[in-house]
Each structure stands twice: as structure tokens, then as C-alpha cells.
Design a protein around this ligand. Sequence first.
Ligand code: NAP
Length: 242
Amino acid sequence: MEYALVTGASRGIGKAICLRLADMGYNIIINYMSNDEEAKKTQELVKAKGVDAILMKFDVSNQAEVDAHVENWINENKDKSISVLVNNAGIRKDNIMVFISPEDWHRVMDITVDGFYYVTRHVVKSMLSKRKGRVVNIVSLSGLKGLPGQTNYSASKGAIIAATKALAQEVGKRGITVNAVAPGFIKTDMTHDINEADYKAMVPMNRFGEPEEVAGVVAFLVGKDSSYVTGQVISVNGGLYS
Ligand code: NAP
């Protein structure tokens, strides 16, 4: 009864990751914040692959909600285990830094950085006792290179890249790997305001990526072939930055 918990999984990259991990035989816990309709669609698609699909609605940045759902689920389901965690929930609130409101600064940091901490600490605690687990953090090109108009987002993703490397060193001896995937431009709701025709020339592969192309790299980091890969950041960006 192995489960994969994917945060921010109602839509976009998270949804594609759920479907790919379901193909690998994992039962899936689908976290999302508000979009019940899209979350149910993801749940139906996962179930159609013959595995369990649980909806878990909570805001990753709200510690009490995370405790009530993630910690409780782990405590109440001793016969099951979350052996894969994909920290994918994220938002953008872009502006040049002098115009970023304190609310928009904190919202981005709260979801990406605090959310990572609140969710991961419960799941890794349980992985440590089982001496097995895979953690994959979805970061961004913005966290590697820094992008103007995204100091809040770049800072949050950069923090998770550093946390990935630190945590990987803490838990490696217990058979747990921790890696990050850094997408470039991927076609989801998050980038619906960025016109591919205007920006694709910046990308050596001359196109935006598909969510499934990110999910494929997550599948590698979760699967057997990456058993000796930890503390790494793998870019999925069509050659935009290396
Ligand atoms: P998306 O299409 O906007 O989907 C965002 C997902 O996150 C939704 O499932 C949303 O749930 C969920 N979410 C947002 N805030 C949440 C919260 N506080 N608690 C729990 N869930 C929350 O985004 P995406 O493009 O798939 O992005 C997924 C990840 O990839 C993010 O971390 C993003 O930063 C990263 N990324 C994306 C791109 C890109 O080009 N798309 C590039 C680099 C990195 P609801 O449906 O309930 O709102």
C-alpha cells in the first residue's frame, strides 16, 4: 500500500505527475487548495488507472491544516505509507521588487517555503522510520538563474533548492533521496498570460514544455534508475539555461 503525495495536484504539472506515478503503480494522494472540480477530474483519471486516489484539500502554507490532514493521515493509516512526496504547490505574484506588496511577498514565500517545511517534516519523519522514501521538489529556472520581476518567486525557489541539498545530506543514510526539478516555460494555467509565440525564440528548442515532460523526470527520480541520485537539481527547460 504505497502512496505518493503530490501537492498542488488538481491542475498543471501536479496533475501530470499524479497520472505518471499512477502508471508506475503508486496510489495517489491528491492535494489542492480550492479547485474541487479540477481535483475531482484528476482523481477520476488516476482511479481509471486502477490505483487508489484520495483527495486531500488543504493549504500547504497553513500549518494547522497540514497537521490535520497529513500528520493525521499518517497516524491513522499505519498499514499504508507515503513513500513518495512531490512538493509541487506553488504560485507566482510577479512585479518588480520595489512594487511587490508585503502580502504578495509573503504569500509566495509562505506557500513555497513554509509549505515545503510543513508537509515534508511529517512525511520524512515517517520515511525515516521505514528507511525508504523519495522526495522531489518542483522548483524553477527562476530559482537557479533569478528572473527580473520575480524576486519573491526566485527567492522562494532558491530557498527550496538549498533545502533540497541540505535535507538530502541529512537523510541519505536512511535510504531516502531528495532531489529537485527545475522547469522552464511549461504550458499550464500558471503561464497562460505568457504568450508562447512571443517567448519561444528565447528557448533553444523553440517551444514551451508540456507538463508531461516534467512528470517524466519526476518519474525517473522516483523510480529505481535514480537509486544513487540525491541532492540534485534537474532542469527541464528546453536548453533555456544550463
Ligand atoms: P498551476 O497550473 O497554476 O497549478 C497550481 C497548483 O497548485 C494547483 O493544483 C493549485 O490548486 C495548487 N495550489 C496553489 N496554492 C496552493 C496552496 N496554498 N496549497 C495547496 N495547493 C496549492 O501551476 P503549475 O504550472 O502546474 O506549477 C506547478 C509547480 O511548478 C509550481 O511550484 C510552479 O512554481 C512550478 N513551475 C511551473 C512552471 C511553469 O512554467 N508552469 C515553471 C517553473 C516552475 P487549486 O487548483 O486548488 O488552485
